[in-house]
Design a binder for this molecule. Structure first.
Ligand code: 4AD
Ligand code: MG
Length: 478
């Protein structure tokens, strides 16, 4: 049984009367006659009608949820309701049965927590099929967007000897024997004996390398895995996540914000056009979940409305200073409802504050810029006031920070001072400093948390549900 046709193609082209071959996994088998077969190509399953006289009893018994089948038969107009076409089976092969006594996926709704325990099987469910098709589409849209904007895709290293964010939350990379590490004279581990002859880690960001690319190729972007060993068990943090980082020569902070807003709208529009069926399913499922919540906890907009809204309206743009004023005067701050009360300028914003600004005050995405320099990374350009830096964060409803970026400090003396202030070792970054010595220029960039984007588009509350194999503290088994 060769030359299978994918179900999405059959449903789109509907070659009625032709004999076709489909292969996929059984969703359900009703009345010993109707198989619902899904091959992952699209949300919809195809109905297969089997005539008991044509198919051996032994095979019929193996048609249970999860089994892998090949079916050959004629595509006909459906005689029943609920689908336009179906296959009249002439021949059925069972490639792999799935023991119904032990197959973990029952034809009922499973909790996402349960499915996370069997993440190797959750791809088979309607929800995760939809999520991972959408994840693919978002990734594709990102490459398409930057290609159309004439950016070059730059592959930056995963193993690095520098801490790009200066936050020290890195995973170590070593081939040293941990039971018997070589020591220097003063008793410290001798990394000169390690594979790279220095201390190395998994990267937290490809930005620093992307800056070098941008100052030659003009505009580049990275899109790769990044790693953070922060011990935060939240619904928005992963230890391994993907980041999209464009970097543009001669661009200032405003152009940086414009690019980011345009990219986010492009991605959302792309998924609305190309993932309508998967999105509709997630939308309806979320509506059902919402309707079970108390009225005051329900979200004001459906998933699809929320996505459309982001495309249709300009994002709010305010400075950190304006945001602090709004937050200080806000009800939850006055009534001490925030876990962290905003008392003065300079406070780092927590996700409760970001979400207040987005969900309660502006009711749309917000770009916050010009943050105090003390709460931001060393490479951000210092403003003339000497207190703030040209940083920008984009805050999204239900997510909080989805993008973090800035105009970069291109003046080598100011940058060196900032590095001293923040104890960033100069020797490790000589290669980064060199572009400030030779043909330096204003430049800007940002990082989009790819999984947070997928979370926003799919409406998933937990980031672990939008990456195939989540890595979080204590979780790396498969
Ligand atoms: O704000 P961050 O730390 O910025 C940077 O790393 C810069 N080097 C980016 C740049 O300017 N090129 O991270 C960028 C984004 C965040 O806004 C967030 O969406 C996401 O990455 N992010 C995480 N996503 C999942 N899990 C984590 N632990 C994350 N940490 C950051
Ligand atoms: Mg950030």
């Amino acid at each position: 049984m060769k030359k299978r046709t994918r179900i999405n193609v059959l449903l789109a082209e509907q070659p009625i009367g032709e004999t076709v071959v489909v292969k996929g996994w059984v969703k359900s088998f009703r009345n010993n006659q109707f198989i619902s077969l899904n091959d992952g190509s699209c949300f919809d399953s195809l109905q297969i009608v089997v005539d008991r006289d044509d198919v051996e009893e032994k095979i019929l018994k193996q048609i249970t949820p999860g089994a892998a089948l090949g079916v050959k038969g004629k595509l006909i107009e459906s005689r029943g309701k609920g689908q336009s076409v179906e296959i009249d089976a002439e021949d059925v092969i069972v490639y792999g049965p799935a023991n119904p006594e032990t197959y973990p996926l029952q034809p009922k709704k499973h909790s996402k927590e349960f499915l996370r325990e069997i993440a190797h099987l959750r791809f088979r469910t309607n929800t995760f099929g939809a999520i991972f098709r959408i994840r693919h589409a978002i990734s594709y849209a990102i490459h398409q967007f930057f290609n159309e904007q004439k950016f070059y895709y730059l592959h930056t290293p995963i193993i690095t000897a520098s801490d790009a964010e200066g936050a020290g939350e890195m995973f170590r990379v070593t081939t040293l024997d941990l039971d018997n590490t070589p020591k220097t004279e003063d008793g410290k581990i001798d990394f000169k004996k390690d594979f790279f002859e220095r201390e190395t880690h998994l990267t937290v960001s490809g930005q620093l390398e992307a800056e070098l690319g941008a100052l030659a190729l003009g505009q580049v972007y990275t899109f790769g895995p990044t790693f953070r060993a922060e011990n935060s068990n939240t619904s928005r943090h992963l230890a391994e996540f993907w980041m999209v980082e464009p970097e543009v020569a001669f661009a200032d902070l405003e152009e940086n914000m414009d690019l980011a807003e345009k990219m986010l709208k492009y991605i959302i529009t792309y998924t609305l056009v190309n993932c309508s069926q998967d999105l509709q399913f997630l939308n309806d499922q979320l509506e059902k979940e919402e309707s079970q919540k108390p009225k005051n906890e329900r979200s004001a907009m459906s998933l699809l409305d929320r996505l459309q809204f982001c495309v249709d309206y300009d994002f709010a743009r305010i400075t950190y200073t304006e945001a602090i004023d709004i937050l200080k005067k806000s009800k939850p701050n006055k009534k001490k409802k925030f876990n962290y009360i905003i008392e003065e300028w300079g406070a780092d914003l927590q996700s409760e504050h970001e979400r207040y600004l987005v969900e309660k005050h502006f009711k749309k995405p917000v770009i916050l810029y010009d943050y105090p320099k003390n709460i931001k990374a060393f490479y951000m350009k210092v403003n003339e006031d000497g207190k703030t830096v040209r940083a920008m964060d984009i805050l999204f409803p239900g997510i909080g920070e989805i993008i973090g970026g800035s105009q970069r400090e291109e003046n080598i003396d100011i940058l060196l001072d900032r590095m001293k202030e923040m104890n960033i070792p100069e020797e490790e970054l000589y290669w980064y400093l060199d572009i400030r010595k030779y043909g330096s220029c204003p430049h800007s960039g940002y990082g989009l948390g790819f999984e947070r984007m997928v979370q926003f588009v799919t409406g998933m509350g937990n980031i672990r549900d939008v990456i195939p194999f989540p890595r979080t503290p204590g979780n790396a088994a498969f």
